[in-house]
Design a protein around this ligand. Structure first.
Ligand code: SF4
Length: 414
């Protein structure tokens, strides 16, 4: 549901992942955070730190590292003080690795209730976390569901995934621990959506969203986006992770871009829009859009920037963009909020776009319009538009000619 133009979020409690510079609160009124996970051996301290920094630069607020053996725990002890973001230790099977990760100083644990099942182990870890003020994510996974809850006839069900999370919460309750986040991930999008919706009905703990094992690009991106975005639009979800078979930097970028696209995080980078091209295009729109994307990659310029194939329709179709470029008669026409501001040679289009975007970022749209020779730009745009309309007509895609043909045929057959 939209409230004042934004998706309303379900009220939740919050937990905070400690960090001396960049602590992250999950849930409550905190911005929805982006997570990813390293794919290095955690014992490789320098390699893991390099990946954590790359993830941070790509937009990750929280990073998870596996803690699967003593060497990994020792690696974490060396990584934690140098990490730019709070670290979560991923724990499976061995509760002792959870205790070792706490000794390493991690900001959060992820426990899989499907494979750490002895109540005394679970309660011991929760007691340690309670005493140290470290939250735990209960990470239910459809693929490693607690065998007691698996129904051989029905397979993995949303009810069983929610029951697994609730069983873990009950153990935590017994030792007075409630700094909890929960995930109920599955590789099936419908299953995970239903499981999260059911979970949101029965708990107010913050939720970590994800489609597990979503797979390689581009299908993995689509699957993860279908699941995560559907829930976010319902107001469900406080932190997200894309699980892609790809460089984890792609996960962080995707998470960030999804939240920005849905208006759930402030934009930090460029929102590049481009026309799909058509018979009117005066340039290879795909190629120019790719060059523009590369030129703005990683730049903190939170503007909407348009690449349009023709000056006939481009400035009008992208009139809401902060700045754009449209091709016409071998020239690039720059426009700011739909107003033509300059004309440049076609091969300088992208450079000019970057230069004007930097100017707008620093001085604002008004100053950009004030510095432009609007009359000259309009005359040039009108002239090029007129040439193109003269050459191509105003029905370059032959739509009206096709409509005429259809009308003639259908009239002839009646
Ligand atoms: S009319 Fe121009 S701006 Fe619109 S899709 Fe075609 S080339 Fe792009």
């Amino acid at each position: 549901m939209l409230v004042e133009g934004r998706f309303a979020r379900r009220p939740t409690r919050s937990v905070t992942l400690a960090h001396p510079v960049n602590p992250v609160t999950v849930g409550g009124d905190a911005p929805i955070s982006v997570q990813s996970m390293t794919i290095t051996k955690t014992a490789d301290v320098d390699g893991t730190l390099a990946q954590i920094y790359a993830l941070y630069a790509a937009g990750a607020d929280i990073v998870r590292c596996t803690c699967n053996d003593t060497e990994a725990a020792e690696g974490l002890a060396r990584i934690v003080p140098r990490s730019p973001v709070p670290l979560v230790a991923d724990i499976h099977h061995q509760h002792k690795m959870a205790l070792a990760a706490l000794d390493a100083g991690v900001a959060c644990l992820r426990l899989n209730p499907g494979n750490i099942r002895k109540p005394e182990h679970i309660k011991l870890v929760a007691s340690e976390c309670r005493d140290r003020g470290v939250p735990i994510r209960i990470g239910v996974n459809g693929g490693s569901l607690d065998p007691d809850l698996y129904d051989p006839e029905k397979g993995v069900t949303p009810e069983a995934m929610v029951a697994s999370a609730q069983r873990e919460i009950a153990y935590f309750d017994e030792v007075g621990f409630d700094a909890i986040k929960i995930s109920v991930k599955a590789s099936s999008v419908p299953l995970m959506i239903e499981a999260y919706r059911m979970l949101a009905e029965v708990t107010d703990h913050p939720l970590h969203l994800g489609v597990t094992e979503a797979g390689p690009l581009p299908g993995g991106l689509l699957k993860a986006t279908a699941g995560i975005a559907t829930l976010l639009a319902d107001g469900i979800g406080d932190t997200i992770r894309y699980s892609l078979t790809a460089d984890p930097v792609e996960e962080a970028k995707a998470g960030r871009q999804l939240l920005e696209a849905m208006g759930l995080r402030e934009r930090t980078g460029v929102d590049l829009i481009a026309c799909p091209s058509c018979g009117r295009a005066e340039i290879d729109v795909i190629e120019v859009a790719k060059r523009a994307q590369a030129a703005f990659e990683g730049r903190e310029i939170p503007l909407q920037i348009a690449v349009m194939g023709c000056v006939v329709n481009g400035p009008g179709e992208a009139r809401d963009a902060d700045i754009g470029i449209a091709a016409g008669n071998k020239r690039g026409h720059l426009f700011v909020r739909g107003t033509n501001v300059a004309v440049v040679p076609e091969d300088e289009m992208v450079d000019a776009l970057v230069e004007w975007a930097e100017f707008i970022q620093e001085h604002g749209v008004e100053r950009a319009l004030a510095k432009a020779d609007l009359r000259a730009a309009k005359e040039a745009a009108d002239a090029d538009r007129a040439v193109l309309l003269d050459e191509q007509g105003d029905d370059v895609n032959a739509s009206e000619a096709r409509v005429d043909l259809i009308r003639k045929r259908t009239a002839a057959s009646t």
